[in-house]
Design a protein around this ligand. Sequence first.
Ligand code: FAD
Length: 404
Amino acid sequence: MSDFSMELNDDQKTLQEWVHGFAQNVIRPAAQEWDEREETPWPIIEEAAKLGIYSLDFFANTLTDTTGLSIMLALEELAWGDAGICMSLMGTTLGVAAIMANGTPDQQMEWIPQCFGSPGDIKLAAFGVSEPDAGSDVSSLRTRAVFDETTDEWVLNGTKTWITNGGIANVHVIVASVDPELGSRGQASFIVPDGTAGISMGQKFKKMGIRASHTAEVILDDCRVPGSCLLGGKDKLDERLARVREGKRSTSQAAMATFEASRPGVGAQALGIARAAYEYSLDYAIERRQFGKAIIENQAIAFKLADMKTRIDAARLLVWRAAWMAAQRKPFLNGEGSMSKLFAGEAAVHVTEEAIQIMGGYGYIREHPVERWHRDSKIYTIFEGTSEIQRLIISRAISGVHIR
Ligand SMILES: Cc1cc2nc3c(=O)[nH]c(=O)nc-3n(C[C@H](O)[C@H](O)[C@H](O)COP(=O)(O)OP(=O)(O)OC[C@H]3O[C@@H](n4cnc5c(N)ncnc54)[C@H](O)[C@@H]3O)c2cc1C
């Protein structure tokens, strides 16, 4: 008998149904309002916290699934409800992933619970890498971290941009350059705790999509954090920098470790939006009549839906494979994490556009959610590495050639 199965187990099915119920009953009805308001949907986060969906336990439990699928199932369902609200709920996990990827066990124990807070006392986290002049090119970060031996503090200076939960988070994880000459190998991640002087929010951005998610600049102006806020600790950093200066390879790059871990999850969110648009436009195509018959009876419409469903299922398989590999600690030797995010992000843009086409004028107006889903989908080919950067990672991985 084969031990290979594509069936979800009972725990996974229960989780999927539970999160789907929350997405259907709480997120969907609120989606249009928060898109228009362009604000963090605090009441929805509070509701999610009460139910245990926005919590450390939820995050920890889904991550203990050795198949890697549980968190992917949850993300797909939340984004099916609404991608902006999903990002408001899950933006915190980017900061958490950075602490998990780079922090010592003690730092993880101290800081991760503070990223979520508790019902009635919600906390958020943010992960700040991008800068006005350093987006895809993470090696050129200008934000500097300088160690002040006299006070055992790190002093951070610089501007981060497009940061999810930036300036409103209680815990900011900031990637800064300790030794600019070493590019991304000279960078480290720092916790900036709540209430630290010298960190502030710059402009808040008005966006095309995922508008329920807060995106803003974060300004660091002589922002001093205790030495213990350097993730991984100073000894490990000093050893790593010494190895790099001697010309030896360093396995650890602060920002990259986080992005690698989070890419399949970003793909799962894109998948949720695509599925929402596919289901909605399929129902519409069956109902809508023109020339005396349902529009789905035309191959031109039916074949679109066939292609949409095929892309969605293919994207899910790539997402699940990458999630499974990550859970098994198998390295992404062919850029499998990037493949999942690349394909799912582009599938979401394509599927949501086709959904608008299937619905004609009704797809283009705000009475129906498909125009919002299309606006929301576009960010999935941009953040956490653009589609071009994913192709760069995959092509370098499969060829061993330093493709530019
Ligand atoms: C809503 C939103 C939320 C975000 N949240 C966060 C966050 O929480 N934390 C964070 O740190 N960042 C965040 N970002 C930033 C995001 O990760 C960057 O926007 C993204 O990495 C791209 O950088 P850029 O915008 O500077 O584009 P650029 O790097 O300037 O790229 C512009 C274009 O050039 C292409 N390009 C660049 N270099 C190459 C190359 N070598 N080969 C081929 N093509 C190339 C790109 O693919 C793109 O098409 C967020 C952005 C948005 C819009």
